[in-house]
Ligand binder design. Structure first.
Ligand code: ADP
Ligand code: MG
Ligand code: NA
Length: 383
């Protein structure tokens, strides 16, 4: 093998863990910055890890000393520390990209300059009921009140159905920087994983994502009943949006497909993404393989990003009881063609992503039939 550079990863959750799985297969050492025993560290026995948080400048500096390239499995990191260490180690994607993207309002203001279609939105300056009522007049109801920062898995969104919901909405998102977005009447949510390399912007096929309570539940690859023209348009839009940012690696792009078949960007992430987990079984190179290769300037044959077989991914999310996810796993063991990925996060909490299952088959219909019993189990646990 070549004398590989070391990769430093901010964050050791499930995304970091799956990055480590890819790095391990290429004998690439990945040094994780996170708490001891975080999911990524559990599968990586060497003494290069750093204990601490990706929000602590000192810990980021310490990680930079252990590696040649730094990347992140999460965008909510200290980008000022990244800016500082960027003079000593490569940071991929760039700290500028992560800084702009981690604030979703700034992300959208930036993308607007590149002509990316998005739902109309307004910034809140005072977070007062009067201000939001005025915005409601402009955007109409329902509208989605959103936190600019620290938003993920719907934690940061509040659907405002009418003027009467305003006090509750502001209470639910109090002390957070806010903006409000016009309701998008989509018929489907689509997503595309984009891989930015030193001289290319590549994309995986367009997938369909199904959110429940604003959390990703299911991903269908390819998107069902979506004509190839839309699949291609979605990939082109995703690549265009990601091209607005500097740096290499995987980016997850979420989109709305509207009734008139036009596309709108929902948001993007400067990292490997839940909507791309299916690529582990569905493609020759997974999003994690591609991310590692992209940040190290290793070849990525575009053909390796094509779909091998229709795939469905189901998230295993913490449910009503602490062992809900174990019951789902138990059921998954008997599903044909099901690849089970558990994240070893310890105790389940409602809404916490504990693992996922991917089923592949020769046809989408066959994959749907095979995974349905598991979907039924997951739905029962939620109820
Ligand atoms: P996050 O995924 O970080 O929580 P998103 O902006 O992606 O935040 O919102 C989560 C989900 O909420 C989306 O996938 C979509 O289902 C729904 N949603 C978000 N914005 C809108 C909107 N403007 N109109 C309708 N639904 C929305
Ligand atoms: Mg989202
Ligand atoms: Na594979």
């Amino acid at each position: 093998m070549w004398n590989s550079p070391k990769v430093g990863i901010l964050g050791g959750g499930q995304l970091g863990r799956m990055l480590v799985e890819s790095a391990n297969r290429l004998n690439i050492q990945a040094n994780i910055l996170d708490a001891d025993n975080s999911p990524a560290k559990q599968i990586s026995a060497h003494d290069g890890h750093v204990t601490g948080s990706f929000k602590e400048p000192d810990a980021v500096r310490k990680l930079a000393e252990t590696c040649d390239v730094i990347t992140a499995e999460i965008e909510h990191v200290d980008t000022y520390a990244l800016e500082e260490v960027a003079s000593k180690v490569r940071v991929e994607p760039s700290w500028q990209a992560i800084r702009t993207i981690q604030n979703k309002f700034n992300q959208k203001e930036h993308l607007r300059k590149y002509g990316i279609p998005m739902a109309d939105h307004r910034e809140l300056v005072n977070n007062t009921p009067e201000e939001l009522a005025q915005i409601g007049e402009q955007l109409g109801y329902p509208m989605m009140l959103k936190s600019k920062t620290m938003a993920y898995d719907g934690r940061g969104n509040f659907r405002v159905n009418s003027k009467e919901d305003i006090p509750e909405a502001l209470e639910a998102l109090k002390d957070r920087p806010l903006y409000s977005e016009k309701w998008a009447y989509f018929k489907m949510e689509l997503a595309v994983m984009v891989i930015k390399t030193k001289d290319d912007v590549l994309s995986y096929p367009t997938v369909e994502t199904v959110q429940e309570d604003s959390i990703c539940k299911l991903v269908y690859a390819p998107a069902r009943n979506v004509p190839d023209a839309i699949n291609q348009q979605a990939q082109a839009l995703a690549r265009k949006a990601v091209s607005a940012f500097e740096g290499k690696g995987a980016f997850g792009v979420e989109m709305f497909l509207l009734e008139d078949n036009s596309l709108m960007l929902c948001e993007l992430a400067s990292r490997i993404h839940n909507s791309g987990h299916w690529t582990i079984e569905g493609c020759a190179l997974s999003q994690f393989d591609s991310h590692i290769r992209a940040i190290l300037d290793l070849p990525i044959p575009p053909k390796s990003l094509e779909l091998l077989q229709p795939s469905i991914m189901l998230n295993i999310i913490g449910g009503a009881t602490p062992d809900s996810h174990l019951k789902a796993t138990q059921a998954a063991l008997s599903i044909p063609n099901a690849s089970i990925h558990l994240y070893s996060k310890g105790a389940a909490k409602p809404g916490r992503k504990m693992g996922h299952v991917t089923v592949t088959a020769a046809t989408m219909h066959e994959a749907e039939t095979m995974i349905q019993p598991l979907v039924d189990v997951v739905d029962t646990m939620r109820a």
